[in-house]
Design a protein around this ligand. Structure first.
Ligand code: SF4
Length: 190
């Protein structure tokens, strides 16, 4: 895993498309039990080099029922986004999609190196579509999370927009979050 992680950290493949330049961000260890496949780092993560070091990260840790100690322990939890570098801003606001070159390049090189992976969290529509396909809309995928178990757990991106969505879909907090915490606990149990 170390070799793949070092190679990913040195990647500059889509440098001409990255307004702040390449800074691949991941958290990888062969013995990780849980893998988060998220979208792409934001500007805060780009500057700090730490994934989910923002309000979205706080929300995600709350959903998972995990403190920072376990979340940032690479032997327990790995993070491999769909795009490892900050992709820039859209003219109408919001971040650009993850660079399309990234996941097809790095996921096949990294995934086989996990030795005890028990659960992959697919966070946001790009990760959900890449792994589970495009036929089912994200809300339905999340509502029918049990169909993806035990290997995958589809989730919305933990941005502030999801708070509005969750208010309209109260089953998310009532049913999906407790199930998610159970699966996380199962994956981390010895
Ligand atoms: S986004 Fe991915 S493919 Fe592009 S430079 Fe960063 S690590 Fe390489």
């Amino acid at each position: 895993m170390e070799e793949a992680a070092t190679a990913a950290s040195a990647c500059t493949l889509c440098a001409p498309h990255l307004p702040l330049g390449p800074r691949p961000i991941h958290q990888l260890h062969a013995r990780a039990r849980i893998l988060i496949t998220s979208q792409a780092p934001g500007t805060k993560a780009h500057l700090s080099g730490i994934p989910f070091e923002d309000a979205s990260g706080e929300r995600l840790r709350d959903w998972l029922g995990l403190g920072r100690d376990i979340f940032y322990d690479p032997t327990k939890l790995a993070i491999l986004p769909m795009g490892l570098c900050y992709p820039g801003r859209l003219p109408r606001g919001g971040d650009c999609p993850p660079r399309p070159e990234c996941a097809p390049l790095w996921h096949p090189r990294v995934l086989p190196r996990f030795t005890d992976l028990r659960l992959r969290l697919l966070v946001g529509s790009y990760a959900v579509r890449f792994v589970l396909g495009t036929k089912v809309p994200l809300s339905q995928r999340v509502a029918r999370y049990a169909e993806a178990l035990p290997a995958h757990f589809p989730l919305p991106h933990p941005s502030w927009r999801t708070l509005v969505w969750a208010k309209r879909n109260p089953w998310f907090d009532a049913e999906v979050i407790p199930a998610l915490r159970r699966e996380v606990e199962r994956a981390l149990a010895d």
